[in-house]
Ligand binder design. Sequence first.
Ligand SMILES: [Zn+2]
Ligand SMILES: [Zn+2]
Length: 362
Amino acid sequence: MRTLLPHEERHDVTLRPSAVAKVWLGVGQPHETVAVPGVALSGGDVLVAIELSTVCGSDVHTVQGHRSAPTPLVLGHESVGRVIAIGDDGAVTADGTVLHIGDRVVWSVTVSCGTCDRCVAGFTQKCRSLAKYGHERIGPRWELTGGFATHVHLRAGTAIVRVPEALPAAVLAPASCATATAWAAVTRGSAGRSLEGIRVLVYGAGLVGLSAAAIAADDGAEVTIVDPSAARRTFAERFGATALMESAGPADLVIEASGHAVAESIAAAGIGGTVVLVGSVFPADPVLLDAESLVRRLVTVTGVHNYTGRDLAAAVAFLAGRGRAFPFTDVVGAVHPLDDVDAALIAASAPGAPLRVALNPR
Ligand SMILES: [Zn+2]
Ligand SMILES: [Zn+2]
């Protein structure tokens, strides 16, 4: 985490009414409401008024106790909002343009230093001094750390992407987790080649899988998506994919977006195929690896976790452009007021829940 040097200037911002954050205290406990009457922005920091946040599967996993998290914690890392204050040195977007008060933006889940060996190598999501929105214990100088709040305090080192006014918030909020991660997964799998005519098999019709299917289909791939849920298969057909209950390999590119079909994904890769594992973001039993089979099929297996600022910018450009051909507007099935955060999390984990449940802080 970036520590403030004593000589650094701070830009104090007073908030009337106070910003409000919903703070998660632990499994089985309701969220608490914390009022934040002001923030001190360091150089490069940005204060954003949140327009809409969506509940990601990992937020649900956290409140159910399936993954550990430091508390007290402001959850939420899929949001869209508007810049209302900027630290004294100004701030720039991920593509290097100057950020202005009033800009509508999305931002990366990660805060990266940009100078450590991992950042320099292109793995900004694994920065040596990484911080993540929706994942950090709140502290005295950084309370507005997540999306389940009226405002979020973006720190220098966050990839900020300006977004079009015309695009619905429901399309944009998931960009900073599901869409950008899907973009990173497809980019890794395609390795710079066009996917025209390539057989792509996606496991899991959650939002990462659907987004990957749409991105690949738009690039000309023949996309098949596998999911046990009939409702999700029906929805997936609208994202340019043929949806099946069970695997239909071999495929040239396999994207495992569920975390539950790792062995099937590796088995489904054809000669010279690539398997991108992106869904395994929770503890699960190890998978046996048939090394001889991998060798004889010349298969590449690769992992993708989170994404870079470049992926986020590309994901937003897709949603604002050719991605409009796909029904991303329909992924948010319910919008709750911020005060109903506990009910929203229950709704997001219920059987047959929509792909995303949203929180509106206004
Ligand atoms: Zn997420
Ligand atoms: Zn770094």
